[in-house]
Design a protein around this ligand. Sequence first.
Ligand code: GDP
Length: 299
Amino acid sequence: RDRLLGGFRRTSDRLSDNLTGLFTRAALDKATLDEIEDALIASDLGPAMAQRIRNRLAEGRFERGLDARAVKEIVAEEIEKVLAPVARPLDIDAFPRPQVILVIGVNGSGKTTTIAKLARRFQEQDYGVMLAAGDTFRAAAIAQLRIWAERIGVPILAGPEGGDPAGIVWDAVKQATGTGIDALIVDTAGRLQNKRELMDELAKIRRVLGRLNPAAPHNVILVLDATTGQNALAQIEVFKDVAGVTGLVMTKLDGTARGGVLVAAAERFGLPIHAIGVGEGMDDLRPFDAREVARMIAG
Ligand code: GDP
């Protein structure tokens, strides 16, 4: 929790300082409103949100004058309005077993770590978890996932480097079925450099899964690195249709992360946000709480 607060504090400090600095002036004139709007846009909240907050401030009557607290409260309220509808935890009980969770995202986004964190969380809730190493392109990715599986104590199905990911997934589903596995979490390759190949590979995995179980994959989670700011939005754009993304996890919100991009993502795509990553350890995953995150971004 401290680490999360620390990360957001840095984000919101910026926004907060920007806002606080503006209140040496008495009137909320056009120039001040412009500055507030700029500060909001600079914090990655997106122009639509900035405009809405500006409008609320412009029409607001502040009986005891306008102070930074009042503005931050309005900012937090507006952010929460956008985040609340997309805050949705992953629900293992929502589907017949095993629920297949495909995890996608570009290399370095925190995909492997997030898989470990999810496995850990489900295991703590007494669900049977299995991992499948579907990123066969990088030997390091397979090795890394094995290490996590061992550390957490969950079974993993992995093949050789360069193997067919769809084949791994096929075997994993077969193995996970009827053996007490509630959630099968599948790692996938994330080389965006070769988009065509990557998309074909994901499509093939989906076809194979569909043949075994028409409802699978039940969840397709896109992992995004919050420190990439606006880039995260571009990645959603690329993956959402071709990979059939059903939800998001945003990582690295403990660092210099700009939590504002969560708001922009929620506003633009309306995809469920399941959780946030707040560190490198397997326990550093938090369910997404709209109110909490809104207040932290607003400062
Ligand atoms: P992948 O290439 O997408 O599988 O990414 P990894 O899971 O290997 O993560 C890339 C780097 O980001 C590693 O050094 C992780 O420890 C780190 N990382 C992942 N999630 C988080 C997070 O929530 N916070 C921080 N600070 N680091 C993270």
